[in-house]
Design a protein around this ligand. Sequence first.
Ligand SMILES: Cc1cc2nc3c(=O)[nH]c(=O)nc-3n(C[C@H](O)[C@H](O)[C@H](O)COP(=O)(O)OP(=O)(O)OC[C@H]3O[C@@H](n4cnc5c(N)ncnc54)[C@H](O)[C@@H]3O)c2cc1C
Length: 425
Amino acid sequence: MQRTTFPSPLAGMAAGTVISFCALSAFAPQTFSSKIKLNLTLFSLLLGGAAGLIIPAAKSRNKAMVLAAQPGWSGWRNFVVSRREKESEEITSFYLQPVDPGPLPSYRPGQFLSIELIIPGELKPVVRTYSLSDFPDPKQPIDHYRLSIKKEPAPRGKDVPAGLASNFLHDHVRVGHDLRVRVPAGNFVLDTEANTPIVLISNGVGITPMIAMAKAAGQRQVWFVHGCRNGEFHAFRSEVNLLAAQHPNINVHYAYSKPSMADQGNYHSEGRVDGALLQRLVNVPADYFLCGSPPFMESLIAELKQFGINEASIHFESFNKALPTVKAVEANSDAAFPGAKVEFSDSSNSSTWSGEDPELSLLSLAEAEGLMPPCACRAGVCGTCATKLLAGKVNYINEPSAAVEPGEVLICIARPASAQVKLKL
Ligand SMILES: Cc1cc2nc3c(=O)[nH]c(=O)nc-3n(C[C@H](O)[C@H](O)[C@H](O)COP(=O)(O)OP(=O)(O)OC[C@H]3O[C@@H](n4cnc5c(N)ncnc54)[C@H](O)[C@@H]3O)c2cc1C
């Protein structure tokens, strides 16, 4: 419901006139001639009318300025890398500025950007999603975004290529490189209006959204708990230490699994972040935010639940894949439909979803047909693959966390739930 707090210009004119006229009738000396009274009446009409017009107009201009201070954009926007900063052995920050002179919208702590890279040899632009690793002072205009990216090696013992986008960024993207960016998005966010104590738990590159959250936490009590191998792999140590030094409400704990001699005095415990450590550190009811490798989060979530922490107080984001802790959408009347015919309207292609692999997504099916829909996380997190569902029904392999417009589905985690499905692809 919209509440009207200021009169419209017409109502303002009327009110202003009546008020001025009443004041004049009550306070004008009896000795004034009727001609003077008539002139003063006309004057009050003009004065009241002008005030009634000006005040609401000024208010609506202010409102417009507030809206203009938080602009967004739709689709892709051109940015340029304005700075690169090595944060650890494997993480480098990239500062991005828009190419156009338009303002940058603020964002909620924990949100991410989707970026598009043109990588030589790739048949289509490569889209990936990266958390915003900083949180600007809300009183200052924003002139850049910061992303901090881990160079992904090939998994040990497997003959597969190293991470495509992260290696390209580290090896080839320098200051001056152009790339396209979508507006900040994501639901893994800190509610900055609340004042519950918070526990920010991360390992490795999962630290990125935690920095934004710690910076946006205001006066609430914060435990910033981070695990990594040792000082060489510890990104943002000085930045977080400085933040904690400036804000006594932020308690920091670093757990190193393989500390070296050079790390003496720079970490608080040896080993991994686990439930026992959290129980020792946190002594009040709190909201827990987790980001890190899937095994790290799975075991911690299970432990937190064992300790009686309410599920609603546990928030997490996976960079790699949907966690099994996210419950699969129940198969009921809209159960997956083996043998469904899937049509791709733009290309006039079609295929059959056999159901042999119940986890085969509509995105994979489209790719098998030679289509190249935009996609990034392949886990229902980033929303890049949102596609119009023109006919039929789908269900989700796991609960999506990206927001979608009505009539759209996240094809990276969707499968048919009716005999026919038609997608705008
Ligand atoms: C919401 C969100 C926020 C994120 N924020 C960040 C962030 O702040 N910082 C960050 O660094 N990352 C972040 N990520 C992860 C990021 O989006 C990318 O997934 C990551 O950079 C890896 O992309 P890549 O192109 O380098 O690797 P990919 O090419 O996608 O490969 C991923 C991994 O799979 C391996 N691989 C390649 N081919 C195969 C194969 N055939 N078989 C098996 N394995 C294979 C690669 O070696 C690599 O280890 C985030 C993800 C999400 C969803």
